[in-house]
Design a protein around this ligand. Structure first.
Ligand SMILES: [Zn+2]
Ligand SMILES: [Zn+2]
Length: 152
């Protein structure tokens, strides 16, 4: 992550925190920076591992609490890929994901259709939706190649 994109990420977070009268802490800044860097989809455990040098003594519950706060501030989204791991994604504009059922790799897919009809159905039933997600399950290119070579 470049210095300028770090500054931009910080500015955005500071703006949202102050807008709600919340404190700007180094913990919040560092965790948000890690999420904005690569890899884009991270578990809370991976976030904790990435920040432990900069924020010694940070616990997993603290990381979760910060991720939930960032989610409320609409700076991250959780991605449920169905294989048990909840991933946090710093790309909050609508997009779909592919999830590999073998290695668990998750990648972005640009979405060409609007989720609005599905959201409307949910609202009709009294549900209050945050957003809709499309996950395409299957094998990533690497795992698909391996499967073919085993089969052959
Ligand atoms: Zn795979
Ligand atoms: Zn994503």
């Amino acid at each position: 992550m470049s210095a300028s994109s770090t500054a931009a990420a910080d500015a955005k977070l500071i703006d949202r925190l102050r807008g709600r009268g919340l404190r700007v802490t180094s913990q919040r800044l560092v965790i948000h920076r890690v999420l904005c860097a690569q890899p884009q989809h991270m578990t809370a455990e991976q976030v904790l591992a990435s920040v432990s040098d900069m924020l010694p003594g940070t616990s997993l519950p603290t990381v979760y609490a910060t991720l939930e706060l960032l989610e409320r501030l609409q700076l991250v989204r959780r991605v449920g890929t169905g294989n048990g791991a909840v991933l946090f994604d710093s790309r909050v504009t609508p997009h779909a994901h592919t999830a590999c059922r073998r290695c668990g790799a998750v990648a972005d897919l640009d979405m060409t259709t609007s989720p609005e009809p599905v959201l409307r159905r949910a609202r009709d039933g009294g549900f209050v939706p945050d957003h809709a997600q499309v996950v395409v399950w299957g094998l990533c290119p690497d795992c698909a190649r391996r499967e073919i070579s085993v089969a052959g």
